[in-house]
Ligand binder design. Structure first.
Ligand code: GRG
Length: 328
């Protein structure tokens, strides 16, 4: 069933609806320690990622200044920094420190931001707002927005190449991990399927295909890279992939739910776009209540993957719970 660590596309549609192990085999969700201060953790790790991004990116005044302003405009527009924080938390779960993980955390955020800039373009989702601000093309024009996305995607690999390299994971492994997640079999494949599915009847299996690629692949990559930066074992790397895959699917279901239930002000982007664009979503296929249940079940699976860390993945567990309960 697993192909390159991802469940095969030939998996039956039922997988989508029964995306859980039998209930008795799933450990109850618990981040391990009641006293974990997630808010403090998020603040400190987000600040570390922001400082590192600022260091890695060319200054806004570096020539040609327009492109560097445009890259920085979207990168520092107030994103939640979930992927970098997950990357750092994965490193810590494997006994590593955040410093060696930072180039990888920043690389993932650059790729994520590029994908948002391009997704917002008139040729794609045609959005005016993102992260509570005007979209990149609304401020800089379409040409520069395309280039700002290209610049961030390329920058990601330059930043990742600055990582240390580890006994179990070379630079080659790191670059390949990033390229696979961002490439035409994953992130781009998800976007292609999303574009081509608009206005068409979409099956549950097709929707899962889109979510695995458009959302899960980069989240999975984030935690795996964090593990690599801590020279994690093969078993830990597999567990992190499993965790990221399920958190990613749950994350997208919640995103679809929020698109319907929250306002544009709360989301910082245009709410209700999925209905307007006639996009298939979990709520539109299985309804709101079932969607919430599936997101909870996927989060249970993510938790189950953490058991190999024997209580050391408290931050990852708390983040998974937070992502399930988020309101923006
Ligand atoms: C253009 C190659 C290409 C891909 C675009 C990212 C994407 C694929 C589309 C954007 C729309 C979308 C629903 C993507 C799925 C992932 C997702 C929910 C992104 C939003 O992530 P957040 O909530 O955003 O972490 P912030 O702004 O907080 O970083």
């Amino acid at each position: 069933m697993l192909l390159n660590g991802l469940p095969s596309l030939a998996a039956p549609a039922e997988f989508f609806y029964n995306a859980v192990m039998p209930a008795q085999r799933i450990p109850k969700r618990s981040s391990g320690e009641g006293s974990f201060d997630l808010s403090r953790y998020l603040n400190s790790r987000t600040a570390a990622a922001n400082r590192a991004l600022d260091r890695f990116l060319p200054k806004a005044t570096t020539k040609p200044a327009t492109i560097h302003q445009a890259m920085r405009y979207s990168l520092f527009a107030g994103g939640k920094r979930l992927r970098p924080v997950l990357c750092l938390a994965a490193a810590e779960a494997c006994g590593g420190a955040i410093e060696p993980a930072l180039p990888l955390a920043c690389a993932v955020e650059c790729i994520h931001t590029y994908s948002l800039i391009h997704d917002d373009l008139p040729a794609m989702d045609n959005d005016d707002y993102r992260r509570g601000k005007l979209t990149n093309h609304k401020v800089f024009g379409e040409g520069i927005a395309v280039l700002a996305g290209d610049g961030l995607l390329t920058q990601a690999f330059e930043i990742a190449a600055q990582c240390r390299g580890w006994p179990r994971y070379s630079h080659r492994d790191v670059i390949r991990e990033l390229a696979e997640a961002a490439g035409s079999l994953q992130l781009i494949a998800g976007q292609v399927a999303d574009l081509e599915g608009e206005g068409k009847k979409t099956s549950a299996a097709q929707l899962r295909y889109i979510h695995e690629r458009k959302t899960s692949a980069l989240l999975r990559c984030s935690v795996r890279l964090g593990g690599m930066s801590a020279n994690c074992t093969a078993a830990q790397l597999e567990a992190l992939g499993d965790f990221g895959y399920h958190v990613g699917l749950a994350f997208q279901i919640i995103d679809d739910i929020l698109d319907v239930t929250q306002t544009s002000e709360q989301l910082g982007k245009t709410a209700g776009k999925d209905v307007t664009a006639q996009k298939a979503t979990y709520p539109s296929i299985v309804g709101m209540e079932r969607s919430r249940k599936i997101a909870g079940e996927l989060t249970d699976r993510a938790f189950a993957a953490l058991k190999v860390f024997k209580g050391k993945a408290v931050a990852l567990g708390a983040l998974a719970e937070y992502l399930l309960k988020r309101d923006r």
